[in-house]
Design a protein around this ligand. Structure first.
Ligand code: HEC
Length: 438
């Protein structure tokens, strides 16, 4: 592909969304509408002691930032959630995206000079999850099993830092996960930017190798439940490898530890592993496993193709690129029908945030045996990429933040023909119901 054409494509998919369709309310004020939108979408991070660099808990705090808030919500950079609208599956669990109407309301409010409005209309103060408590506990009680990262001294100030210890998972028998949640310590919750964990298992030769993903955490994230009828395992005798991104926030925290909590399925749940399909959460690469080089001031596209000899259901998708990465898509091509379909796209990639996009139950893509999952990523090493630290460098694949990476974490439930047909039939039925109900 010629360079000019690629850049054309990049700018086409990275375009600022047009919001013409949704109206804003008339004459929005802070007291009436904007305070509520900010409570619902921003305060979890933008309050004292949280990761957001400034606090948005009242008019006096919000007002000076109004022009920048307008820009950030319009460009969909805040709240930080990189998943495209109007393309692919839109039904996601724990979706942080703001509605077009709310965005337009903010814009109209700022354009009108950010009026306060009538103080009497202000909402009650919002309640937020208690720091240091499991967010899934309300529903599931305390986790059955917790695993902690090894201690790390978080300094008060400094650059981003990565801590990647390995610890014993502590299971002698494999078990099926019902839910999993990662929790930073209360003391370091403002500086734990994200924390991912994966299994480290022994291969056939007895060597320790990186295995499936266990959990991931990005600020504000709720735990993850494995869909019913699927079994994702914690393997017996495994270790857990951590990748924790700390970003000092002014508070030193000696011997900090991040904890992952796991809830397991047991007899009380009427759970029988034999009635489930196995699910795994793995990295699928986009470069054929090989190396690639992005030239100075150049761009690059990489692709990965993955298929299974049995039908599968895709339960979640988490793109992973570094600073030159700008976009990723996941498509499926079915040679039996000749059809290709976009499942998901993130065209405003930001390496600072790691989100696993979990499809709503009943909306997880069902992929027939032999169909190809096509992952495509785009890199921009030019000065046009605002996150590019140095366009004069050659950039290759590697672990450092200044190297590139290109893979997607995908949770796949491995079905058989019967299970696949059943799920298709259920979808058809609920679609028919929806049509009939209109
Ligand atoms: C999940 C946490 C989180 C949420 C939710 C969030 N922010 Fe932020 N925000 C941050 C962090 C962290 C930064 C610092 C820059 C960065 O890491 O991207 C930031 C930076 C900003 C900035 C400054 C950007 C700059 O260039 O200096 C603005 C303005 C902002 N946020 C507005 C908002 C608004 C408005 C909302 C809600 C509609 C929101 N944020 C929701 C975490 C969050």
């Amino acid at each position: 592909m010629k360079k000019s054409k690629l850049i054309g494509l990049l700018s086409a998919i990275a375009m600022v969304p047009t919001l013409a369709a949704a109206q804003s309310v008339d004459h929005p004020t802070y007291a009436n509408e904007v305070s509520r939108i900010i409570q619902d979408n921003c305060q979890i991070c933008h309050q004292p002691g949280q990761v957001g660099p400034m606090s948005f808990t009242n008019y006096e705090e919000v007002r000076p930032w109004a022009p920048l808030i307008r820009l950030k919500v319009l460009e969909r950079e805040m709240p930080p959630y990189q998943y495209d609208n109007d393309i692919g599956v839109q039904e996601l669990k724990n979706d942080w995206r703001m509605s077009d109407e709310d965005i337009n309301t903010i814009v109209a409010w700022v354009d009108a000079g950010s009026p306060m409005g009538n103080l009497e209309n202000l909402p009650q103060e919002a309640e937020f999850p208690v720091i240091g408590e499991w967010r899934l506990a309300d529903e599931l009680g305390l986790p059955d099993h917790t695993i902690k990262s090894s201690p790390w001294d978080v300094p008060a100030n400094g650059q981003d830092m990565w801590w990647e210890p390995e610890v014993d998972a502590g299971l002698t028998e494999s078990r099926c996960i019902k839910a999993v949640e990662t929790m930073p310590s209360a003391a370091a919750h403002g500086s734990t930017h994200h924390a991912n964990s994966h299994f480290v298992v022994k291969d056939e030769d007895g060597e320790w190798v990186n295995g499936d993903r266990l959990s991931e955490f990005a600020f504000g994230k709720l735990g993850e439940k494995v869909p019913e009828g699927a079994c994702r395992k914690v393997p017996a005798g495994s270790k857990v490898g951590w990748s924790i991104h700390y970003y000092p926030d002014g508070n030193a925290v000696p011997d900090d530890q991040v904890t992952v909590g796991i809830w397991y399925y047991d007899e009380e749940d009427d759970f029988n592993e034999e009635d489930t399909f196995p699910q795994d959460l793995r990295a699928y690469n986009l470069s054929g496993g090989g190396d690639y080089l992005i030239e100075p001031h150049g761009t690059l596209m990489t692709q990965g193709f993955h298929s299974f000899d049995h039908p599968v259901r895709i339960d979640s998708w988490q793109p992973h690129l570094h600073l030159r990465g700008v976009a990723m898509t996941m498509e499926v091509f079915d040679p039996a029908t000749g059809r290709k379909e976009v499942l998901s796209q993130a065209s405003n990639w930001n390496a600072g945030w790691n989100h696993s996009h979990t499809y709503e139950d009943g909306f997880q893509p069902l992929v027939p045996a032999g169909a190809t999952i096509i992952l495509t990523s785009w890199f921009d090493n030019t000065a046009n990429n605002p996150r590019n630290p140095d366009p004069d460098q050659w950039v290759g694949a590697g672990q450092r933040t200044t190297d590139e990476m290109s893979h997607a974490w995908i949770a796949v439930t491995h079905l058989d023909d019967e299970g696949f047909e059943e799920m298709l039939a259920e979808r058809k039925e609920s679609e028919d119901r929806n049509v009939a109900g209109r």
